[in-house]
Design a protein around this ligand. Structure first.
Ligand SMILES: [Zn+2]
Length: 127
């Protein structure tokens, strides 16, 4: 059984606009213990295959040298404050993020960076 071209050559950024495609790109990401594929993919990133470098499918900004406690969305915003995907994700899809079970983790990371207190109302709404 020799499959010579199993590697999917995904070049079009259109492919990376798909969340499942981005998640699967992180299969060989070296830092998935600290940064789950879903968190990174939700921030618009896919793995470039080099070191721990990820790239946004929308603005093409790259982020690397991840530090423990980094929030993917924050790193994305720092690298590319005017990214359309970010403004979309933060604006139109804020409610989606809040509904997601993984949001707590992200909020925690952001809180860590911003030193912002968690609103008790948010917790009540999530439960
Ligand atoms: Zn971007």
């Amino acid at each position: 059984m020799a499959r010579s071209s199993q590697d999917g050559e995904i070049e079009a950024d259109d492919a990376w606009s798909s969340m499942p495609n981005r998640v699967s790109s992180f299969q060989h990401f070296p830092r998935t213990e600290e940064f789950s594929a879903e968190r990174l993919a939700r921030a618009g990133f896919y793995f470039t295959g080099q070191a721990d470098r990820v790239r946004c499918f929308s603005c093409h900004a790259t982020v690397e040298d991840w530090n423990r406690g980094d929030a993917p969305l924050m790193r994305h915003q720092q690298a590319s404050p005017s990214c359309k995907f970010l403004s979309c994700a933060h604006g139109l899809r804020a409610s989606d993020l809040i509904r997601s079970p993984a949001y707590d983790e992200e909020a925690e990371a952001m809180e860590f960076q911003l030193h912002a207190p968690v609103q008790p109302e948010d917790l009540a709404a999530a439960g």
